[in-house]
Structure formats: C-alpha cells, structure tokens
Design a protein around this ligand. Structure first.
Ligand SMILES: Cc1ncc(COP(=O)(O)O)c(C=O)c1O
Length: 329
C-alpha cells in the first residue's frame, strides 16, 4: 500500500503523519520533490513516490540521493530518463491516462514508453492510472478506465496500481498490486458521511476551539460583520475563538452545524478571521470555556463541507499553520 501524504498530509501535518504512516505502509506518496525531501529529512526511511515525477532533469541527482521513486507521465520526463544512466534504486511508475486526461501517456504511448525505458535499462517498473470518478457509484466511467488500463497492462510485464480511496472501498477489482489511498487514511469516506464506509472510518482530525463570550440578543438585533443574521426571537449567541484565519471556511451558510458542549448547534452570521458565532438559545450548560468541535468525531467534515461550497478534501488541505496541531497517538 502507498499512503498519500501530499498537501501536508491532507492538512494534518506532513512530518508527524508521514512518520506514523511509514510504520504501517509499504511506501508514501507526495506531489513534489520538496515534500519528498522534507519527509526524508524528518526521518522517513522507506520508499517515497513522487506523484508528479521530475520537473527538471537536474532533479534526478537529488532523487537518487534521497532514494525516491518517480512517476513518469509525459514525453519530456521520458526523454530525460532515457538519456540518463538507469538507477536501480529508483522504481519508475509509468502513468497511463485512461480517461482522467490530466497526467499520463495514452494507451499506445504508454506501451512505447515502457519499452523505451526497459531498453534503456530501467527495470522493476509499475504501471499506474488514476480514476476520475470512482466515488460516483452509478457512473460507468470507472469500468471504462479499468478496461483502458487492461489494454495496456496486458501488453507489458509490470506490477499495477489503480486504486485511490474510493476504489479501495468500492471497486475491489482494481486493487491489484499497489493501492494508493489518501482521504480514507484520515478517517473519512469519499462517499460522504451517509455511506456505510463512513461508519467504519474514524476521523483523524478533530478541529476544536472554545466559547469566549456569550451575548443575549433581542429580536431584530444582528451578530457579526454585514449583519448577515438577524435574531427572529430573543437569542443567546456564543462567540467562538475560531475563524477563517484558522481554517474554518468563511462562506458557510447560516445554519451550518457545529458542536458546542457536546450538543449540535448552528453557526449564525458571518464567520470572521478569528471568531464565529453560534445560536445556543436552545442549548443547556453553555458558558465561557465550553468546548466547541468544528469538525471531527462528532461532526463529519464532509457534512460541514456541504454547507460551504468546498469539498472536504479542500477544507482539510487548506488548514493553515496557525491551527495548532496536537497529536494524541
Ligand atoms: C495519483 C493519485 N493517487 C492517489 C490519490 C489519493 O486519492 P484519495 O485521496 O481520493 O484517496 C491521489 C489524490 O489526489 C492521486 O493524485
């Protein structure tokens, strides 16, 4: 299994998560040489795969020094590798574009790329592809991609890697030699919080803060910038010390769920940089210091995302450094 820790380990903190996941996986995957270097220097000893491969031919030397693995996805990278001495320790992952139309060789050029690398002396390669919509269970497109991949894989002798989280969960025929999950490793289902897989996963990130002020509002009074929410009844509003500067999305709708003192409540008014407000009129035992969960074990980030216009992937990966991370295990 290759565990994806790119994008700061989906916002969870690259070094700590990489070191932990390295103990439990066969390899880690990152997007860039910088991320690869960072986790190697942090102490990761096992294989690290660069999912976008080389950006410059000059990077090959550092890739060798850091003992990384490389994806090869285009003609330029192929020409750099075919004009270099093969390096036995670098495992190449030849990427086939089976329908995502982002990175990868076409079906025909993938076979040619593989043959050229082999003729140059590169050995021990993996053939990979990436799914465009494996989380859409009623789409036939994943089957099309699987078929396209088979056309290539039949023609060459290489190990195979297709599955992201959605495919690990729902497309067992794609598991092959190497699965490459990301999102699900962080305890979240790519199918959303209502899918059965969600109940078997335990969110890794719990995003918390606390109440730092309480306001009693009369009917017609508002809270926050631009008066985006106006009390329709006498209301008790808890002011929470967290805002978009901490990674909570500014554009959530009035009524976005939030957990205050273990009880479900609703965000009201505009989220500001360091603060947000919650209607706690109907809640018991709320006081200054009461704990607040923005998302985590009691409230899925998938659910919050659905009120924000962002995907849960984005909410996680855009967590800023300012949000202090505490690792419990
Ligand atoms: C090539 C590749 N493999 C695997 C993954 C992991 O995907 P997920 O986080 O949906 O499991 C990604 C993520 O974007 C990716 O780009």
């Amino acid at each position: 299994m290759v565990c994806c820790v790119k994008a700061n380990a989906y916002g969870h903190g690259l070094n700590d998560i990489a070191l932990k996941l390295a103990e439990k996986s066969d390899a880690l995957a990152v997007a860039s040489l910088e991320e690869g270097r960072q986790i190697r220097e942090a102490g990761v000893e096992g294989p690290i795969l660069l999912l976008e491969g080389l950006f410059q031919p000059s990077e090959l030397m550092e890739v060798e020094e850091l003992d990384l693995w490389l994806v090869v996805h285009n003609e330029l990278q192929l020409s750099w590798l075919c004009s270099s001495e093969p390096i036995a320790a670098i495992r190449l992952w030849v990427k086939v574009d089976t329908g995502m139309h982002r990175l990868g060789f076409t079906k025909t050029s993938a076979v040619e790329a593989y043959e050229r690398l082999k003729a140059t002396g590169w050995q021990d390669m993996v053939l990979m592809t990436h799914f465009a919509c494996a989380e859409e269970l009623d789409s036939e497109f994943t089957d099309t991609q699987i078929e396209n991949f088979a056309v290539v894989s039949k023609q060459i002798q290489a190990r195979k890697s297709l599955a992201n989280s959605a495919a690990v969960i729902a497309w067992p025929q794609t598991h092959e030699d190497w699965v490459r999950p990301g999102f699900m490793l962080y305890g979240l289902s790519p199918f959303g919080e209502n899918h059965p897989s969600s109940r078997e996963l335990d969110p890794v990130m719990t995003f918390t803060s606390e109440v730092i002020a309480l306001k009693e509002l009369s009917c017609g009074e508002s809270v926050g910038y631009n008066r985006c929410w106006i009390a329709e009844r006498p209301s008790r509003i808890a002011i929470v010390a967290v805002g978009y500067g901490d990674g909570y999305p500014r554009n959530v709708e009035n009524g976005t769920p939030i957990i205050v003192g273990g009880q479900r409540a609703r965000v009201v008014g505009r989220v500001s940089m360091d603060l947000l407000s919650v209607d706690v009129t109907d809640l018991q035992n709320i006081e200054i210091g009461t704990s607040v969960e923005l998302w985590g074990k009691q409230l899925s980030v998938n659910e919050v995302a659905s009120f924000s216009g962002y995907s849960a992937y984005e909410l996680l990966t855009r967590m800023p450094l300012r949000a202090k991370r505490v690792y419990l295990a």
